[in-house]
Design a protein around this ligand. Structure first.
Ligand code: FES
Length: 568
């Protein structure tokens, strides 16, 4: 059977007789009541990532129904199939640990089952990256349909959102400014609808970058999860998928080097999540494209932050949507982006931007001449502590701490930090640099979002809101502070972070893009000889954990499995 076969004839199960394979396939699928007419249509797969454990995907059943309608309106046959679903708060040890499993699942299921195109319905942080990694490797026509952001919440007259305000209010509770009754009531207010976190956290960042890469229809990143617009986008995505399948438009033709550069520009302009860079590196890596981090940093210095959303600004995703969303933002970024890039909607980014809604007097998307910040939302750091790089979200940092030297206070693991951080006997001041290590891809494992090291309780109570904090962990895109993340190589494999001792001096110089340990080389050499790797993780000898620990790459490589990248 030729590889160019379409529909039900695609990718026949091997029984040694292709006609028998097709015969058997038709026998079984007819048990579902399909007619021959239906089975002769182009097939569009639709991923079902609904799960009772995943409220960010709570609207997936509605989106599936609308996408199916769109497929049928265009003369195709929709076929819904399940893949793994991952929610941030329901993934042990971390969602990042499972992202690559979802990528493998998505890749193999869209390759194994006969479909001419696929609608990838995802949303919660790791899901769309996993789907794009899988689609890039399988390279069959694909369109992403995000579940969309939640609406905002309200509490005592204040507008709130998951999960920047979850962190802010929890910090306030830790400092003794919020009582038990309020914190309990807030569990029902911070995430008031289905959909993804409505700040510019990781889910929104990924959705925005995906739209800017041309892998969604216009507006798909920002239309609220609960609105009719989201349903119409689902229908239109189903229709577009039939066309993509008919024309044979591949993800590799949309996600080009120019598309990834466009995504990096948008990441900077939205003051996006630090996680965005890791996921983009992983997706690009599947296509044999290496992100240029020096260029990313250069772009950061050139591209202004234009979107005024929490955690760097004041607004939420629904406000971004009604201000014009990504199409309107691209209009402001036209001097930076390559708008000749194509999209799954069949038009160029320039055509998308030309149709952007121009909303009078909106303040969410600033004009390029009136930015919220210049000099980069995200800064890529080097220095002797980060030979393979580290990341700092400048737009969420305290300006006076961007150049800071302080004494290291080291925590050897997340458990160590949890045990000691609130101990009143902990020797720590506001000028110190908090160091967390062994929390990277292999160290934790799964690179948890532990980089948002809490301010020690005794300092929080004294009014300290921010300190320089550094780690090989990640941080939620909804968090804020002067926090250096993704230090690579990580401590668990002997990166320089493993050699830091409490009392050492550390210097952060964001302008010079450096994070340095101020200890001389001779002393570091002595420490390196004495260093021993941490004890093996329980359960590391078998199963997925073994595969993960053996194959996961460092942050600068996107934490993908090394064997999932194409041979160089
Ligand atoms: Fe799913 Fe925030 S927890 S997007």
């Amino acid at each position: 059977m030729a590889a160019t076969e379409k529909g039900l004839r695609k990718g026949l199960t091997s029984y040694g007789d292709e006609r028998f394979s097709l015969f058997l396939r038709r026998v079984f699928i007819k048990a579902m009541g399909y007619s021959d007419d239906a089975l002769d249509r182009p097939i569009v797969g639709i991923t079902n990532t609904y799960s009772d454990f995943n409220p960010c995907h709570g609207n997936v059943p509605d989106l599936i129904e609308a996408a199916k309608r769109g497929v049928m309106l265009a003369g195709g046959l929709p076929m819904v199939f399940p893949t793994i679903s991952i929610h941030e708060s329901f993934a042990h040890p971390t969602s990042m640990f499972l992202r690559n499993l979802m990528a493998l699942d998505t890749e193999e299921m869209i390759r194994a089952q006969p479909m001419d195109a696929v609608v990838l319905i995802g949303g919660c942080d790791k899901t769309i990256p996993a789907q794009l990694m899988g689609a890039a490797s399988a390279d069959i026509p694909a369109i992403v349909l995000p579940t969309g952001p939640m609406l905002v919440g309200h509490h005592k007259g204040e507008v709130l959102g998951a999960c920047t305000d979850c962190r802010r209010l929890w910090a306030s509770y830790r400092a003794g400014n919020i009582d038990e009754a309020d914190i309990e009531e807030l569990t029902g207010r911070l995430a008031p609808t289905r959909g993804t976190c409505m700040v510019m956290g990781t889910a929104s960042t990924i959705a925005c970058m995906t739209e800017a890469m041309g892998m969604t229809l216009p507006g798909a990143a920002s239309a609220p999860a609960t609105h009719a617009d989201r349903i119409r986008l689902a229908e239109a995505s189903g229709t577009a998928a039939v066309r993509l399948g008919r024309d044979g438009v591949l993800p590799s033709q949309i996600m080009t080097r120019a598309a990834f550069r466009n995504a990096l520009i948008v990441l900077q302009a939205i003051g996006g999540s630090t996680n965005g860079l890791i996921h983009l590196a992983a997706i690009a890596g599947r296509l044999g494209i290496a992100l240029d981090y020096q260029e990313f940093d250069r772009l950061g210095r050139e591209v202004p932050v234009l979107v005024d959303l929490k955690p760097s600004g004041d607004h939420y995703m629904e406000h971004f949507h009604w201000a014009g969303g990504i199409p309107r933002l691209m209009l402001e970024l036209q001097d930076h982006m390559d708008l000749s890039a194509s999209t799954v909607g069949g038009i160029s980014l320039a055509q998308v931007a030309a149709r952007a809604e121009l909303v009078p007097n909106q303040t969410v998307i600033r004009a390029a001449r009136d930015p919220i910040a210049t000099g980069g939302g995200l800064a890529f750091l080097g220095g002797n502590l980060a030979p393979s790089g580290a990341l700092l979200k400048r737009s969420a940092a305290t300006p006076r701490l961007l150049r800071h030297e302080g004494r290291a206070v080291v925590f050897d693991s997340i458990e160590d930090m949890t045990t000691r951080i609130d101990d009143d006997a902990l020797d720590v001041t506001a000028d110190d640099v908090l160091v967390l290590r062994n929390a990277g891809p292999k160290g934790a494992p799964g690179m948890p979002e532990a980089g948002y090291i809490p301010i020690p309780r005794k300092l929080a109570r004294a009014g300290v809101k921010d300190m320089v904090r550094i780690s090989d962990a990640r941080m939620s895109g909804t968090a804020f502070g002067t926090i250096v993340l993704h230090i690579a190589p990580e401590a668990a494999i002997g990166g320089p972070l493993a050699l830091v001792r409490t009392g050492d001096r550390i210097r952060l110089d964001a302008e010079a893009r450096r994070i340095d340990l101020l200890v001389d080389d001779a002393e570091l050499a002595v420490r390196r000889v004495a260093w021993r790797p941490p004890a093996a993780h329980p359960g590391a000898e078998r199963g997925y954990k073994r595969l993960f620990l053996q194959e996961v790459t460092q942050a600068d490589q996107g934490c993908d499995f090394a064997f999932c990248r194409p041979p160089s």
